[in-house]
Ligand binder design. Structure first.
Ligand code: GDP
Length: 210
């Protein structure tokens, strides 16, 4: 897929204010500082579309972008940042869960994981929640230009083992990416394209019955 247009639509904490779910949608989420904004900008080749920042937890909203006038890219708040209080963190977790479980057009969630570090409980817990709720997702390892080829294999193997130990029979699909080297851009866009083509808009209240 070639990205011809990418535009910011809306940023909100109120799920009712998200765009009408009549286009295929993909969500991006991960720990604060995982490289999510950089990955989104790299993916759609638009420098500065998603805000990159060194301040963990700054992106605390559900941000909708419209890509090629055809699909929605959603930038979700980073999870697990320590700088905000427990109550605020629980509020975000509820909002993220509410979003992930209610958007009828959400075809896949891209869970971003720092490729340079060993599996972390916070990421495994989040993956477990997705699995328990039957939310389709894939794993995207970020910053992988920092790893040699053996390291790239290692990180994938470590996650496979960790998930198997947690009782997963089916291991989620994994992608390797780097905003610096642009690795993974083609693979991720090629993954999205057939899902877009197979998308059938959900029946929504207020739609005409023909
Ligand atoms: P976010 O908080 O998850 O949106 O992360 P950002 O995109 O703001 O990036 C967080 C930090 O990671 C910044 O210092 C980036 O420069 C750095 N970063 C992001 N992507 C990459 C990458 O592909 N490779 C490396 N080495 N650093 C990256």
């Amino acid at each position: 897929m070639h990205v011809k247009s990418a535009e910011f639509l809306v940023s909100n904490t109120d799920l009712d204010k998200c765009p009408r779910p009549d286009k295929p949608e993909y969500a991006f989420i991960g720990r604060s500082n995982v490289g999510k904004s950089s990955l989104i900008n790299m993916l759609v080749s638009r420098h500065g579309l998603a805000k990159t920042s060194g301040t963990p937890g700054k992106t605390q909203l559900v941000n909708h972008f419209l890509i090629n006038k055809e699909w929605y890219l959603v930038d979700l708040p980073g999870y697990g940042f320590a700088q905000v209080g427990k109550g605020t963190r629980a509020g975000f977790a509820r909002m993220i869960d509410g979003y992930l479980t209610t958007r009828p057009n959400l075809l896949c969630t891209f869970v971003l994981i720092d490729g340079r570090i060993i599996p972390q409980k916070i990421d495994l817990d989040f993956i477990t929640r997705l699995g328990e709720q039957g939310i389709p997702f894939v794993l995207v390892f970020t910053k992988t230009e920092k790893l040699k080829s053996g390291g790239l294999q290692n990180i994938q193997d470590r996650y496979k083992v960790a998930l198997q130990e947690m009782g997963w029979d089916e291991i989620p699909q994994m992608f390797l990416s780097s905003a610096s080297s642009r690795a993974g851009q083609k693979e991720l866009l090629d993954f999205i394209e057939p899902l877009n083509q197979a998308f059938e808009p959900p029946k929504l209240p207020g739609d005409r019955p023909f």
